[in-house]
Design a protein around this ligand. Structure first.
Ligand code: C2O
Ligand code: CU
Length: 494
């Protein structure tokens, strides 16, 4: 056991040096990146097959008009957008051109976790290739899914370098008339920490403990892009938080927006929101109506405290350091502008849809489990902390949870973190519904695959295990936490 104060003090010196450099960089180059149109290549399925070649590479990438030494899929950040439909077969010939192992995870898709499909245990060494092939079930919901690397130990580093792309399933939500009429935009949110040369800054121990963040906020690889609302005045925004650790608290300045879909697909009806909190890994679809005045709405990222910082700041303060030296936006106090929506038409003529897609009512569960998420002060090499589920750090040879195929279970996710740091919980392959938060029922029913569990909170989720047996994982989607051990294996037995 190591004393927390000792650990913090040990890591403070390097935290301050690294962050002073990054602040100087930001001040000298107020806005060194210019906005540049960048549309990732689109691959659509045809004749029931989505077929493409995908390779990782570490070539320099143009990020907002400047060279950045990121990692890309087919040289792009964000990665190419893939689009398929329920019933399609997906075949991806994947080549790893990195100098470290990697693999692919199809985040949120309800497909098999075994073989060359959404298998988090696959390892693709440098210079090797693998062909992924799986079929999307005929009854798969339409929605906003995504893909990113999932090789344990490298996930945060590779995602922070830019490896992430959208995987869209087209279907029933797209066919609703009002939705069809809306203009569709995809917004992939990524943050980067670059040095003067455009290389990614390496995180120190504290960044890893908190989860690494960068000061450069991008939307589709652009800085503060503008989206126009077409005539008719209805805009459909499809958000993905592809940052490894950053939370986005999104709001449209002086304007409401309407939630129509969450991670796993459509809601039963639009829900008006003043703001939308997107934890790492989460997606959401919003509708925006263009009104006569104002003709421009800024998309803001409001300050959000994801916990754990007070303790850090106290410790830093005692050192005479001061919290403002932290790397990344952890001490963000002002709203940041992510993008601007401009409206040209005379007035909004398109109505909002009244009804979307009914969301299934799940039967009462036979089994209720408790999963404790915790960050403990224990000596693990390099961190001084351990990140666990029910006190156990990830072990690829241990099954943490056994479930039976074709059963419904409730899991109580309990964040027992004494420092009250948020953990977004993600389960592969099996989407779920949130039943309650600290005993309070959720205001509306929705399909999720990643759910925020705040410090001290208990979130109850209901999971139908169906269609696919085999081993898969659940983990914290602050990807440094996952790499440091906050991941468990669930085995679904037929
Ligand atoms: Cu998006 Cu297991 O992750
Ligand atoms: Cu976490």
């Amino acid at each position: 056991k190591v004393n927390r104060r000792q650990f913090i003090i040990l890591s403070t010196a390097s935290a301050v040096t690294a962050s002073v450099a990054s602040i100087a960089f930001a001040q000298n180059n107020r806005n060194p990146f210019k906005t540049q149109a960048l549309s990732p290549k689109l691959y659509k399925s045809a004749g029931g097959l989505l077929k493409l070649d995908l390779e990782t590479s570490s070539r320099p990438i143009s990020l907002g008009g400047k060279r950045a030494y990121l990692l890309g899929y087919n040289g792009q950040v964000p990665a190419p957008r893939l689009e398929a439909q329920a019933g399609d077969t997906v075949r991806i010939r994947f080549t790893n051109n990195l100098t470290q192992p990697t693999n692919l995870h199809y985040h949120g898709l309800h497909v098999t976790p075994v073989g060359n499909a959404d298998n988090a245990f696959l390892d693709i060494p440098p210079k090797e290739s693998l062909t992924y092939e799986f079929t999307i079930p005929k009854n798969h919901p339409s929605g906003t899914f995504w893909y990113h690397p999932h090789r344990h130990g490298y996930v945060a580093e590779q995602v922070f370098a830019g490896l992430a792309g959208l995987f869209i399933i087209r279907g029933e939500l797209d066919e609703i008339l009002e939705i069809q009429a809306a203009k569709e935009e995809f917004l992939v949110l990524q943050d980067f920490a670059l040095d003067r040369n455009g290389s990614i800054q390496s995180p120190n121990h504290m960044d890893m403990m908190m989860g690494r963040e960068g000061e450069l906020l991008t939307v589709n690889g652009q800085i503060k892009p503008t989206f126009s609302i077409a005539s008719g005045g209805l805009l459909r925004l499809r958000f993905l938080n592809a940052s490894p650790s950053r939370f986005y608290r999104l709001a449209l300045e002086n304007h409401p927006f309407y939630l129509i879909a969450t991670d796993g697909g459509a809601l039963a009806e639009p829900v008006e929101l003043k703001e939308l909190l997107l934890a790492p890994g989460e997606r959401a679809e919003m509708l925006v109506r263009g009104e006569r005045e104002p003709k421009q709405y800024r998309l803001l990222n409001l300050p959000y405290n994801r916990g754990g910082m007070e303790m850090m700041e106290d410790e830093m303060g005692m050192m005479g350091g001061g919290s403002s030296h932290m790397m990344g936006g952890k001490s963000q106090v002002n709203p940041q502008i992510l993008a601007t929506l401009t409206y040209q038409g005379s007035t909004s003529t398109l109505p909002l849809p009244k009804q979307l897609i009914p969301v299934e009512t799940l039967p009462e569960p036979k089994t209720v489990r408790r999963l404790e998420l915790s960050m403990e002060e224990e000596m693990t090499p390099g961190t001084g902390m351990s990140f666990t589920f029910n006190g156990k750090a990830f072990d690829p040879n241990r099954i943490n949870t056994q479930v039976k195929l074709n059963t419904v279970e409730d899991w109580e996710l309990v964040n027992v973190d004494p420092d009250r740091m948020d953990h977004p919980f993600h389960l592969h392959v099996n989407p779920f519904q949130v039943i309650s938060r600290n005993g309070e029922p959720e205001p509306y029913r929705a399909w999720k695959d990643t759910i925020l569990v705040r410090g001290g909170e208990t979130v109850r989720i209901r999971i139908p295990f169906r269609d696919f047996s085999g081993k898969t994982v659940y983990h914290c989607h602050v990807l440094d936490h996952e790499d440091l051990g906050m991941m468990g294996i669930v085995n679904i037995r037929a």
